[in-house]
Design a protein around this ligand. Structure first.
Ligand SMILES: [Fe+2]
Length: 345
């Protein structure tokens, strides 16, 4: 994109969207961006829901639901996951991505691409955002019999850590879903069966240092976007540079002040559609200064998706206005395929 070209906005994806999105925003960072430095994400103790009595569960549900209704983001504490897991993950990821040669890493690409493994770096600047990203990912459950054998693991230590990582975070998926359903005035167990077959996709993203931008003045490590699935968990060390767009003011909120084992939770398009727009799939991006771009960045988002054959249908909730035009049912796999096209633009 030349300097004289019109900057890209999210309107280029308007034909793909499957939930209501009123905001118009630039995909790349801009000098005209405005910031809200006052608003903080709510820090909520999910232990209240996991271990508490009925009134503790209700209090957590109300707090989480109202955060997801206004900002679409919250910080989870009290989940019982030790911050050392994130330190180990960062250490192993750094050793794999930064210290192995491209030829060595290429040995860990999954032959059939279905269970993933390593994906080599891809440089894309098609939306005016320079993104250089390689990743290692798994889309099998940690207790799937194929977990150990289907993916070419670089080391037993990495396989064990991935397994532990997924197991520890998967404990949180049901309490998160149940509490959001409770907030919506639905039976908390309504999605229990669907969550038992949901897909939790763990990605280890590595953004290599960008030392030469070829004279361009592109910024951002990842363009502004909304997530596709039910929700995403992003542990604290991954959140460096994370910014979200407040719907009501159009200002960007920097996510700062996190504790070492905080987990950032945000709603994706699937849950917005199920909740009939009550819960918001909020726009976010990874910002980077020139100095920041010269450093590598590692992140470990865990995206949670309904199984491809499950139908996404609006909840019968007292929070949905009677005048709302209900979304038609759509298969989770169809929604995902359509929305993924935004990231291949
Ligand atoms: Fe995201």
């Amino acid at each position: 994109m030349g300097p004289e070209a019109e900057p890209y906005t999210n309107r280029i994806f308007a034909d793909l969207e499957l939930v209501r999105k009123d905001a118009v925003y630039l995909l790349a960072e801009s000098d005209s961006d405005e910031f809200d430095d006052e608003t903080r994400l709510a820090r909520l103790d999910i232990g209240q829901y996991m271990n508490g009595d009925d009134s503790a569960k209700e209090a957590f549900s109300q707090a989480l639901g109202s955060s997801m209704r206004t900002l679409g983001f919250a910080i989870l504490t009290g989940h019982g996951i030790d911050a050392s897991l994130y330190e180990d993950a960062a250490r192993l990821a750094s050793a794999f991505f930064a210290e192995r040669s491209p030829e060595e890493k290429a040995r860990f690409v999954c032959p059939d691409r279905r269970t993933r493994g390593y994906t080599p770096p891809d440089l894309f600047a098609r939306t005016g955002v320079l993104t250089m990203l390689e990743d290692f990912r798994v889309d099998l459950a940690h207790d799937d019999p194929a977990f150990a054998s289907a993916i070419p693991w670089p080391s037993d230590e990495l396989r064990r850590l991935f397994g532990t990582y997924m197991k520890e975070h998967q404990r949180l998926l049901l309490p998160i879903t149940q509490s959001l359903l409770q907030y919506m005035g639905c039976a908390p167990s309504l999605y229990d069966e669907r969550m038992a077959r949901c897909e939790a996709l763990l990605r280890w993203n590595y953004y290599p240092p960008v030392l030469d931008q070829g004279g361009a003045t592109l910024r951002s490590r990842f363009m502004a976007h909304e997530d596709i699935g039910l929700f995403t968990l992003l542990p604290c060390p991954s959140a460096r540079g994370l910014q979200l767009l407040a719907r009501d003011t159009g200002k960007w909120i920097r996510v700062t002040g996190l504790e070492p084992n905080d987990i950032v939770l945000n709603i994706g398009d699937t849950f917005q559609r199920i909740s009939q727009d009550v819960l918001v799939s909020t726009t976010h991006r990874v910002s980077a200064s020139r100095e920041e771009l010269a450093q590598p960045r590692i992140s470990f988002p865990l995206g949670v998706y309904l199984a491809n054959d499950d139908s996404i249908e609006p909840l019968d909730s007292p929070l949905v206005p009677e005048s709302a035009v209900r979304y038609a049912p759509i298969k989770a796999g169809d929604l995902r395929r359509q929305l993924l096209r935004k990231f291949r633009f």
